[in-house]
Design a protein around this ligand. Structure first.
Ligand code: SF4
Ligand code: SF4
Length: 195
């Protein structure tokens, strides 16, 4: 698998959507396989499977190869991103082995195979983003919402939220803090990113 999947914040990925080439909506191979997800086997998973957005190299390849894929507009993609982000999914840019961008995945902690491989089996498939979350302590009321939405166990709750920079992938989910107590700042440990 290698370092092929990059959790990124919503706004950054919107900018990655190509202006002049097709965008294709297809099936999430991880959620179809369901192998890592106990919630699926327990009947507790209601996550949709038609949420993979193929771009550039991936859009051309998947449109030819998979009959269930469909072309969609940039505005439809934005709507899907927004809806799924609000449901607590995180978004990731996916590369092929030859480093070509080919999909933007809408991932969950339990079903995304690269995420499970990285977090549970230390296989190092995810690449950290160019930013990480930090707390504006005076704004935090300790409600715990950020801890609930972080898929990477990067936040624990003491009297206020405590964010572990080394576990943070910069996905931006915690920016939904209702008190504006979280901001993303640039990473200086540049070995953690590839672009
Ligand atoms: S969501 Fe915001 S206010 Fe609530 S614990 Fe997290 S940082 Fe603090
Ligand atoms: S701390 Fe925030 S930005 Fe970092 S991984 Fe968790 S939700 Fe994403």
């Amino acid at each position: 698998m290698g370092k092929s999947i990059h959790p990124r914040r919503y706004e950054w990925l919107i900018k990655k959507l190509p202006e002049n080439s097709i965008i294709v909506r297809g099936i999430c191979a991880c959620r179809v396989a369901r192998k890592p997800c106990q919630k699926f086997y327990d009947g507790k998973c209601d996550h949709p499977v038609d949420t993979c957005i193929f771009i550039k190299y991936g859009a051309e390849k998947f449109l030819k190869a998979r009959k269930e894929t469909k072309k969609i507009s940039k505005n439809e993609v934005k709507r899907i991103f927004q809806t799924m982000f609000q449901r607590g999914f995180f978004l990731s840019l996916y590369f092929c082995v030859d480093k070509q961008e080919y999909a933007i995945c809408i991932c969950c902690r339990d079903g995304c195979i690269p995420t499970v491989s990285t977090l549970d089996y230390n296989l190092n498939g995810l690449v950290k983003g160019d930013k990480y979350a930090t707390l504006i302590t005076e704004n935090c009321i300790g409600c715990g919402l950020c801890q609930e939405v972080c898929s990477f166990d990067a936040i624990v709750l003491e009297s206020v939220a405590k964010i572990n920079q080394h576990k943070c992938f910069g996905c931006g989910q915690c920016l939904t803090c209702p008190n504006g107590a979280i901001q993303l700042v640039e990473r200086t440990d540049s070995h953690l990113k590839i672009f």
